[in-house]
Ligand binder design. Structure first.
Ligand code: UDP
Length: 466
């Protein structure tokens, strides 16, 4: 492979098209750009449009020094279902290499001194690495989830060979997958590709994970949104892993960079939090993908009310039922909770988690939410929905001991009484907060000057500059 050298470094960052992937890659890109290296950040058009629209509404800058936002078509037909992620992935696999090659050629011919020297692609779209090589750029991957989630993917061939998994990726009855005694084991249906309610879907997730495993020899660097101290055993299992996280948003209140939100942020939550006493508010958010039945939504609404505590609850317009119909609250609910409960469609999550009035985070345990919460010393109430969220919950509750599970009943419903009981539990158990503050300190050290993630990042920057 011939890598372009001797000119100014220029990175092309290519995220997987989902909120939990675009945001952390943008945080990484911003850190690279801050070190004087130009980054072109390329989304598919539909996502680029959402991000630009949300940024405009929030008064954020569309572009800042050294970062260019651009887009490529997603290659789908107009009649395709816009919510069919698998179809989208299939069409990206076919069309993305050609579109990216075209984009890189245009960039390279427009400025001879700023040719694309490195492509950082999300690990879920490994086919981009081949394109990088073909245009003479260095192929680098970025892995947004935990090192443990990646470590288990890298073990798939062995697990299949030894008969621990069937061809759908299901763990044999009664067995658990354990990679080390220091990493919580994965029980049946806790693997990131598990989708027990629809085995056909699970098979597709499993095949995607197998494709990730096959990219191992195609990149020169593997950057991961974790830090060594948080999960040393998992990091040790992955050769050449470079933990550079947890990646956090710049907390400077004067900065107005584009933070890559798919939904417009409701800034009123911050002034509302200002009116609440320290350590009094439950922050409730389930990320960008989780969907709820009306019955479950009602139970959560009543559980929060029963707790008698203040809460800030993110209810995305598509949270209910998953069919785009807006959430309906129990009759008279909004009047009853009044000033005690604030409901928004999308929050400035990292600013919220940094606010002194936040007591705990009722979360679906996506890895971004997990690392954003623990970096702020906030204890968790765990309500995983799918994918790696179950294992992140095990880290939170069993390994780090910074949170409590909200358990479903025999019908799969988390009842209002269970919700209230666990809320009380997290407020009364001072050990959870104490552990959370220790973890916060540990992560701060790792990303702070001289820390392990800091040094890893510097190593990567030095390499880009060579
Ligand atoms: N997020 C946000 N505002 C919200 C809810 C979520 O900015 O109201 C951000 C959150 O900070 C995180 C991302 O959306 O960076 C969600 O990623 P995560 O991995 O937690 O969950 P996913 O959406 O992938 O399920």
């Amino acid at each position: 492979m011939e890598v372009i050298k001797g000119k100014k470094a220029h990175v092309l960052a290519v995220p997987f098209p989902a909120q939990g992937h675009v945001k952390p890659l943008m945080k990484l890109s911003r850190q690279i750009a801050k070190r004087g290296i130009k980054v072109t950040f390329v989304n598919i058009e539909s996502i680029h449009e959402k991000i630009v629209a949300s940024a405009k509404m929030a008064g954020e800058e569309e572009e800042e020094d050294n970062i260019i936002l651009t887009s490529i078509p997603d290659g789908r037909n107009p009649e395709d279902d816009p919510n069919d992620t698998f179809k989208l992935l299939e069409s990206l696999r076919i069309t993305m290499p050609g579109l990216l090659t075209g984009l890189i050629e245009r960039i390279n011919s427009s400025n001879d001194q700023e040719k694309i020297s490195c492509v950082i692609a999300d690990i879920s779209i490994g086919w981009v690495l081949e394109t990088a090589r073909e245009v003479g750029a260095e192929p680098v991957v970025f892995s947004p989830p935990s090192a443990a989630a990646l470590a288990v993917i890298f073990q798939i061939p062995k697990l299949l060979e030894e008969g621990n998994l069937d061809s759908y990726g299901t763990v044999k009855n009664g067995e658990v997958i354990s990679l080390s005694e220091n990493i919580p084991a994965w029980r049946k249906n806790e693997l990131s590709w598990s989708f027990p309610s629809n085995l056909k879907t699970q098979k597709i997730f499993f095949e995607c994970s197998q494709r990730i495993e096959k990219t191992t020899n195609q990149y020169t660097w593997l950057l991961s949104n974790t830090c060594y101290e948080l999960e040393p055993s998992a990091c040790n299992l992955i050769p050449n892993l470079l933990p550079i996280g947890p990646l956090l948003e710049n907390q400077n209140p004067n900065s107005s960079f584009n933070s890559c939100n798919f939904h417009p942020q409701d800034t009123s939550c911050l002034s509302w939090l200002n009116s609440k006493p320290a350590g009094s508010v439950i922050y409730v958010s389930f990320g960008s993908l989780a969907v709820f039945s009306q019955q479950q939504l009602d139970e959560l609404a009543f559980g929060l009310e029963l707790s008698g505590r203040a809460f800030l609850w993110v209810v995305r317009p598509d949270l209910a039922n998953g069919n785009g119909s807006r959430a309906v609250f129990p009759e008279g609910y909004l009047d009853r909770v009044g000033e005690v409960g604030k409901i928004v469609e999308w929050a400035l999550q990292e600013k919220v988690l940094s606010h002194s009035s936040i007591a705990c985070f009722l979360s679906h345990c996506g890895w971004n939410s997990t690392t954003e919460g623990l970096s702020r010393g906030v204890p968790f109430l765990c309500w995983p929905y799918f994918s790696d969220q179950h294992h992140n919950q095990n880290y939170i509750c069993d390994k780090w001991e910074i949170g409590l599970r909200i358990d479903p009943d025999e019908n799969g419903i988390r009842t209002r009484h269970e919700i209230k009981e666990k809320i009380d539990g997290v407020f009364f158990d001072s050990k959870l907060k104490k552990n959370a503050l220790k973890l916060k300190e540990m992560c701060e050290k790792s990303v702070g000057e001289g820390g392990s993630s800091y040094k890893n990042f510097e190593k990567f920057i030095d390499h880009l500059r060579k």
